[in-house]
Design a protein around this ligand. Structure first.
Ligand code: ADP
Ligand code: MG
Length: 469
């Protein structure tokens, strides 16, 4: 390979606020189109934006958690362009004075540590959304997203491979989710990435000409888009041609990137300070108060989970979604069984994570029944699938459904005796040493108990009966 790759990433993360960045409309995904829209979001004449202080607080928290300097003064600018999802004709964004700058994120990439500097974090409002697939003749505009608060996190061109890019994105996502800054739900477009990619001959100081791949919304696609660009650009340089600076789009169907438009320069946007918004000044006391209220850091949380005996993979999964780790923490307060709780969250609860109505109290009650052997694993899974959406008491549910596990030895011995009587030849074979028939007897016994027999106790009784160890 005679070229080296240079990548800088720009991530847009949607802030987890109740209302929009400059209006009191709800910041809510999935509502009736155009139901969360105010005169400010519509850009009607004469209305004024009012900055959402909660959004500022979350942007500061993002800055602290990525080791940025929080700037005492930052300003909002108007970025002008025309598009039907942008009623004002400009987007309000921070430009030359962002809220945070000069941060650092250290990522582990297959065994080595890579330091990736963060150039800046700035706040901006999102645009609305065009819907093209409801009609052949026209497109529709939904402005629910117009004015939703975003932060944009911009790295220095420190990333050298698609693997580093993906590890950076994963780590950044987990940090933001854990800090409560954003849900970073990629399916909802809460976390979107623009990848800037260039290559240069190894040893060359100056950066090569970059292309920007817009709005890639999955880690896998970021990886593929970068890998495709590296090959495409290498082929161009190999031929002695020059890479064109432009914006490109990744197509997941072909795994290729396609030219979208030639890259605008900043002056094309006619940036100027928004005269409706005063500079944002963060008082020292305010910053101190926010810092004092901070949760532990993502790294500290990882260590605390590891010290509970969870393994790396479990920790990774739990910390990927706030519903999961919040559920884990609350359950652990009620039952000191980290491994059991984490197993059940990761294997079962995760399936319902988008509509968990279950209270950790009821979840823990269910786990206690599993632990005590009063219900078997399969029944417990079934119960969970029902109560997860209704938050019914598992005990009551188990009684009503008749799922209580049968652990009484007397009862199970009587069932086993029936099974033996019904299967004399198998009985003789296992007596003669054909040990693998044990599974047959367990199965028959489970069948007669309608699945409610406690498998451990059944096994124990059978082994005693047949003198197996
Ligand atoms: P633009 O004005 O084109 O948006 P910026 O200077 O704002 O460019 O940088 C945008 C992103 O592109 C940053 O993450 C930066 O690190 C990255 N970047 C800048 N130049 C290059 C380059 N030559 N190759 C790869 N990435 C680059
Ligand atoms: Mg840029």
């Amino acid at each position: 390979m005679k070229y080296e790759t240079v990548i800088g990433l720009e991530v847009h993360a949607q802030l987890k606020t109740n209302t929009k960045l400059f209006s009191t409309s709800n910041n809510e995904f999935g509502d009736e189109p155009n139901s969360n829209v105010s005169v400010v979001d519509l850009g009607l004449p004469g209305v004024l934006p009012v900055l959402n202080t909660e959004a500022v607080r979350l942007a500061i928290i993002a800055g602290i958690n990525t080791k940025c300097k929080i700037n005492k003064k930052s300003t909002f600018a108007r970025k002008h362009y025309f598009y039907p999802d942008l009623p004002k004709g400009y987007q309000i964004s921070q430009y030359d004075e962002p809220i945070a700058s000069n941060g650092l994120l250290v990522v582990n990439v297959g065994g080595y540590e890579k330091e990736i500097r963060i150039n800046r974090i700035h706040m901006e409002e999102d645009a609305g959304k065009l819907i093209h697939d409801l009609s052949d003749e026209y497109s529709l505009v939904d402005l629910n997203r117009a004015g939703v608060p975003l932060i944009e996190i911009v790295t220095e061109p420190d990333i050298s491979s698609s693997e580093e890019a993906v590890e950076y994105l994963k780590k950044l996502r987990k940090i933001l989710v854990f800090a409560g800054v954003s849900d970073c739900d990629m399916e909802k477009g809460n976390f979107r990435c623009d990848a800037n990619i260039s290559i240069r001959p190894i040893g060359q100081k100056e950066l090569g000409v970059k292309t920007e791949i817009k709005n890639v919304n999955s880690f896998r696609y970021v990886q593929r888009a970068i890998e495709y660009e590296i090959i495409r650009q290498s082929n161009i340089l190999d031929k002695g041609d020059e890479v064109v600076q432009e914006t490109r789009l990744f197509n997941a169907g072909t795994n290729k990137t396609y030219s979208m438009r030639s890259k605008e320069d900043a002056h094309d946007y006619r940036y100027f300070p928004d005269p409706d918004l005063k500079p944002l000044i963060i008082a020292d006391e305010e910053l101190e108060r926010i810092s004092a209220d901070l949760n532990e850091s993502y790294e500290e949380k990882v260590s605390s989970y590891i010290s509970l005996g969870l393994n790396n993979d479990d920790v990774e999964i739990l910390l990927s979604e706030s519903v999961l780790f919040n559920f884990f923490d609350k359950s652990l307060e009620l039952l000191n069984e980290p491994k059991l709780i984490s197993n059940w969250i990761i294997a079962e609860l995760i399936k319902y994570k988008n509509d968990v109505k279950l209270d950790p109290n009821n979840f823990v009650e269910l786990l206690k029944m599993v632990k005590a052997g009063s219900i078997n694993n399969n029944s417990a899974k079934e119960v969970l699938s029902k109560i997860v959406k209704t938050n019914e008491s598992p005990e009551k549910f188990v009684k009503d459904m008749g799922l209580t596990q049968e652990s009484s030895e007397d009862y199970l011995i009587s069932i086993i005796d029936e099974v033996i009587q019904a299967n004399p030849s198998e009985y003789q074979r296992i007596k003669d040493g054909e040990e693998k028939l044990l599974a047959f007897f367990v199965g028959q016994t489970m069948k007669l108990t309608k699945g409610k027999g406690n498998p451990q106790i059944i096994n124990k009784i059978l082994k005693e009966k047949f003198n197996l160890s």
